[in-house]
Design a protein around this ligand. Sequence first.
Ligand SMILES: CC(C)(COP(=O)(O)OP(=O)(O)OC[C@H]1O[C@@H](n2cnc3c(N)ncnc32)[C@H](O)[C@@H]1OP(=O)(O)O)[C@@H](O)C(=O)NCCC(=O)NCCS
Length: 177
Amino acid sequence: MLEGKNVNLRIREKEDLPLIAEWFNNPEFWGAFFSPLQRSRLEMKKAQDNNPFEFESFIIEKKDGTKIGLISYFNMLHPMGKLLEIGFTLVPNERRKGYCTEAAKIMVDYLFLSKEIVCIQALTDIGNVASQKVLENVGFKKEGVIRKRFFTRGEWREIWFHSILREEWKEPKILKN
Ligand SMILES: CC(C)(COP(=O)(O)OP(=O)(O)OC[C@H]1O[C@@H](n2cnc3c(N)ncnc32)[C@H](O)[C@@H]1OP(=O)(O)O)[C@@H](O)C(=O)NCCC(=O)NCCS
């Protein structure tokens, strides 16, 4: 368990699959910047078991153990590079309370402390201000816009590309001990 002040990150276990499937199949969980994808538990398990890339998810939990979201890291886009990408989502009624900013800080500490990577990157729809603010709170910088790369809700959308370099992170912000 990775412990913060208001949230903890707990590595996903197979027992979490029903809850994750429920979240995954609820369009409100993904919000306005993702397509309303649907996937059966069987398909989700197969995708997880057969994924050739590094991919790990953590459940974001409040201090009382309530499960409020997911944060993941993966290297699907750059399997040969020394970098990882992160993504995160919170249940709608727990948004705007600072939980995702804290979860992302914990994740960035964890990845720079435990993986030999040069940088961590994240992609957000250009309209996804909340997600961009989370990243900038954590120290990510905007690198630029990727044009028409993701098909979302019926159209090809533009994407902000953010990253944080190891030298910009400097030291752990939350996982100090
Ligand atoms: C993006 C998301 C994870 C942010 O989580 P969160 O816990 O609400 O974020 P925080 O509370 O840490 O807020 C971070 C900042 O964004 C701001 N913010 C949050 N929601 C916002 C919104 N809908 N519009 C504008 N700003 C918003 C907060 O006020 C805060 O600003 P501050 O740093 O100036 O104080 C959440 O909105 C979500 O799950 N959205 C749907 C899924 C999604 O888009 N995931 C990201 C994919 S890249």
